[in-house]
Write a protein that binds this ligand. Structure first.
Ligand code: KG4
Ligand code: ZN
Length: 361
């Protein structure tokens, strides 16, 4: 692909698709890594934790209240004026629609006021490209995206071209962590709590299902596991401290086993459809990739299949502004900008993002 721009690009990125209000300034050029001049994240955990999950209306209101200040801090920490950026990027979906609208409309206002291009970013693409923000990583690579809202495996062929190998047919894996934590009376978000409790638990105490294990392909399913946890907790209630730790360990073990199985199938498919002897690149991103038990097992699976695992540092794995700014850098470098009529979207599959046409053979 011919890059339109040659100099390092400076992009302001806004992220408001769920419960993090975030803004960042990143400078760089593909294939990365980018220079993160600032990365400001306000996590709305305390606003949502009384409800055990994200409440869309509360998220949208909090973004509207906080985003201005966070943008100001991001520019100040980067020691630049808005006039210095090459473009303004914002998550335009998928996500909670009211939350997405706040960030996208702010970006449109800034882009218009400063006469800069707007770049409407697909949140999943931002996660996918976060590995290139953090390290020089060439396409193609295999990506496992595991968060509270998403659970899919895809081949990232080049900017804007992603082939989905599998996805959840019901719940996302992060939801399974969060629901289990709620059933055990642990605070939101549940993933880090389950990981902490699992450390002193017996993963064999409770026999839980491993949905999709051994099946062809790379789809996931977690609703059966969630139901099994609910029934087991109800049958053994009240759970003492050790029982809670054992349940946390048992559910984490089930999740690790399922993820490994699905990822192994995807690696075999990726190897078959890509030339070369490898090693191939495998990226795990999204909040759940912060889990050390999952990371360690995925690294072992990767090694066995001739892949090398890379996981962006935790602050770039969970929702953040820097990954949105970086996705903006990549798109601007390829000449892909958007009009001020770019729509906010609650659903936006990664296969539907715009990309530069393939160069003619
Ligand atoms: O990427 P993210 O910040 O937001 C989106 O959902 O897009 O991911 C949040 C999810 C939550 O479900 C949270 O419980 C989970 O990531 N999570 C973890 C861990 N840290 C965060 N799950 C398992 N283990 C962790 N250490
Ligand atoms: Zn996310």
């Amino acid at each position: 692909m011919d890059a339109m721009w040659r100099k390092p690009l400076l992009v302001l990125g806004l992220e408001t698709s769920c419960d993090e209000t975030a803004a960042a300034v990143v400078r760089g050029f593909p294939p990365g890594p980018g220079e993160i001049l600032s990365n400001v994240t306000y996590s709305q955990i305390s606003e949502h934790s009384p409800y055990g999950g994200v409440v869309p209306e509360i998220a949208a209101r909090a973004h509207a209240e906080l985003l201005d200040g966070i943008i100001g801090t991001a520019l100040a920490e980067a020691a630049i004026e808005l006039a210095a950026v090459d473009a303004v990027a914002a998550t335009a979906g998928p996500g909670l629609i009211g939350a997405v609208i706040v960030g996208l409309m702010s970006a449109k206002a800034l882009a218009m006021a400063a006469a800069k291009p707007l770049i409407a970013i697909n949140h999943l693409e931002a996660h996918a490209l976060s590995a290139r923000l953090c390290a020089k990583l060439e396409f193609p690579f295999l990506l496992l995206l595991i968060s509270g809202g998403h659970c899919q495996i895809l081949a990232a062929e080049r900017l804007g071209e992603y082939r989905r190998y599998g996805a959840t047919i019901d719940d996302a894996v992060g939801e399974c962590f969060d629901k289990t934590a709620k059933l055990l009376g642990l605070p939101y978000p549940g993933g880090p709590e389950i990981e902490r409790w699992a450390k002193r638990g017996n993963p064999k105490r409770y026999a839980l299902p491993r949905p999709m294990l051994g099946r062809d392909g790379s789809d996931f399913s977690f609703s059966g596991l969630k139901t099994a946890v609910r029934q087991t907790v109800a049958n053994h209630s009240p759970l003492d401290g050790q029982a809670k730790a054992d349940m946390a360990a048992s559910v984490q073990a089930a999740i690790v086993e399922v993820l490994s199985d699905r990822v192994r199938n995807a690696m075999r498919r990726f190897r078959k459809s890509h030339d070369g002897s490898g090693p191939f690149h495998f990226v795990a991103a999204g909040g759940v990739a912060a889990n050390c038990a999952i990371r360690d097992t995925l690294a072992a699976v990767a090694a066995g299949e001739n892949f090398v695992l890379s996981v962006p540092p935790i602050e770039y794995c969970t929702d953040n502004g820097a990954m949105v700014a970086w996705a903006g850098v990549e798109r601007l470098a390829a000449g892909l900008t958007d009009g001020l009529d770019a729509p906010p979207r609650d659903r936006w599959p990664l296969e539907a993002v715009r990309h530069v046409e393939s160069p003619r053979a």
